[in-house]
Design a protein around this ligand. Sequence first.
Ligand code: MN
Length: 261
Amino acid sequence: MRILVTNDDGIFAEGLWLLVKELMKVGEVAVVAPDREQSAIGTAITLHQPIRARGVRPLLPITEAYAVEGTPSDSVILALGKLLRSKVDLLVSGINEGANVGSDVLISGTVSAALQGNRYGLPAIAVSVDALRGAHLGNAARLAALLAGKISSGYFPGGVFLNVNVPDLPLAKLGGVRLTRLAEGSHAESVKEGNDGKRGYFWLVRERLSRNTDGTTDMGALAQGYISITSLDSDLTSKTPLANPDGLCDELFRGLQHGEQ
Ligand code: MN
């Protein structure tokens, strides 16, 4: 199995190389990742300037490692479209320092890189640990390798796209593994104001909402000491249909025609 590893914390982040170390036991690993931190960049891709990539000396004995002057999604697109010499079977993104739960998945560079892999038809896993400067990233790395093995053996459907969050706890303190759904809230942004001595500025500050304790959600599982695995897909279509959609469509179009007169 050929595994592409990327992240949004930058190519030399500790979490990425811990992941590589474990994934090397189950497949052949290549790394293509941003040359610097790109957290919260979401699904952004670079269209209005050139993107440079350079081979870097890998921290572990793998044959291909490239640093990309771009986003996590740029890295995946370059890796699959140009840089890598052979076909990739699985994409793993992480290990991110900081959980990516609930609506975080919409701004997370880590999850977006996995989404990009999924758009290219690859099975993809995003892996995050629930701490900045976590002390127990090894659990997340080993779990990713176990999931990679499951994907390799055909356990999951082809289009599988998993978002994995691991509490920053020693193995003995972990409660287990739960399959979850995304929590409804995760963070709220507030706006702070300041002045740099010349001009005023705004600064967006993200604060985590009070812990969601519903154990069937990703946030709740983490709060209870469980590893959370959420199966995602890229279809954002609302599951709740609009009331009387035909009537609404007719009314909108009639309104448009009426305004024209
Ligand atoms: Mn990050």
